[in-house]
Design a binder for this molecule. Sequence first.
Ligand SMILES: [Zn+2]
Length: 409
Amino acid sequence: MLSPERIMHRCDALARHSELPGGLTRVFLSPEGRAAGDAVLGWMREAGMQARLDAIGNAVGRYEGGHAGLPCLMLGSHLDTVRDAGRYDGMLGVISAIECVAALNSRKKRLPFAIEVVGFGDEEGVRFGTTLLGSRAVAGTLEAQVLEAKDAKGVSIADALRDFGLEPKDLGSVKRKRGEVLAYAELHIEQGPVLETEGLAVGVVTAINGFSRLRARLRGVAGHAGTVPMGLRRDALAAAAECVLAVERIAQADPELVGTVGRIEARPGAINVIPGEVEFTLDVRAPRDDLRQKAVSSILHAIEAIGKARGVALQTEKLQENGVAACAPWLMEQMDRAVAAEGLPVRRLPSGAGHDGMAIQAIADIAMLFVRCKGGVSHNPAESITAEDAATGARVLSRFIESFHAVPS
Ligand SMILES: [Zn+2]
């Protein structure tokens, strides 16, 4: 029997492993991360799994299929958090998956494949500024030089692994081969308001959106706020304001598109000086790469025109780009059926946030199930879900697991 009380109780229990008194902050390879990992390994063993910490610090549990050594259906999410986090982002997926295995184990039921549950040690990238370390190690896409990345105190990932009792040289043992993993499925809170707005408990994810990040610099002419007439100004901040609105207008043109100017800085930044130079960032995301690329080029075109019309020089720089991680149609169909079997409407939606599946996709097809969260709020202590929705999510995941059949790729 699936127990929603136990799921909620365990999310509360993990939230107590925090470096932030009275709040939740748990970063990669920290003492709190160790305590959370140990708790999870204990729950995995209780659910009939063989459990261990792998060489990057992921908590890994394995429930054998009809006979030992079969390829696995991998389930999981992450156990690290952002600073001053909520208690469900990541943890709910790991705990729900363990609950599903416990239900199988209580019936002594074995499936024609193994199940592995992974609590990834790092997804958020808070400590070392580089994300998905746990899942990239599993996918074998973690380059050796990443281990030299340092935290704010100057400790490298390699040293942090050693301090944690792990050996960086063993990292290769974490890597899984294509074929060993039949598919990867992750339950996660939505982190957005769509399901709540539509009155739905769960949704089937179509893709993890790709993103483009850029920086733009506008150079006008600084001048005296009192003496330069309006018609003779080349105000970089006024130009940037027009650019921000252009980003908003272009992103609004397609419901699948989002565009954000999250940071802006004007120089010299004085009340009585016309801003001569402005720098702002741009973040564009979409569930289709062509849509995102088209939006980025429209935005660049628009802000160039704004700069030209105002006599303000424009310079742009690409910071980071990541393509869409599409969920596999054959897995989405199986997830749809699991939702429908619970008597619920099937709602498909893209994920605006990044997830471990982006990395695991290098070795296996991926699927995701979203669970409604209150107000769409995440990365915030106010993050909240109901026990009823946790129960619904676990029931759908359980149906997905128990009726899962691998489609040969
Ligand atoms: Zn997450």
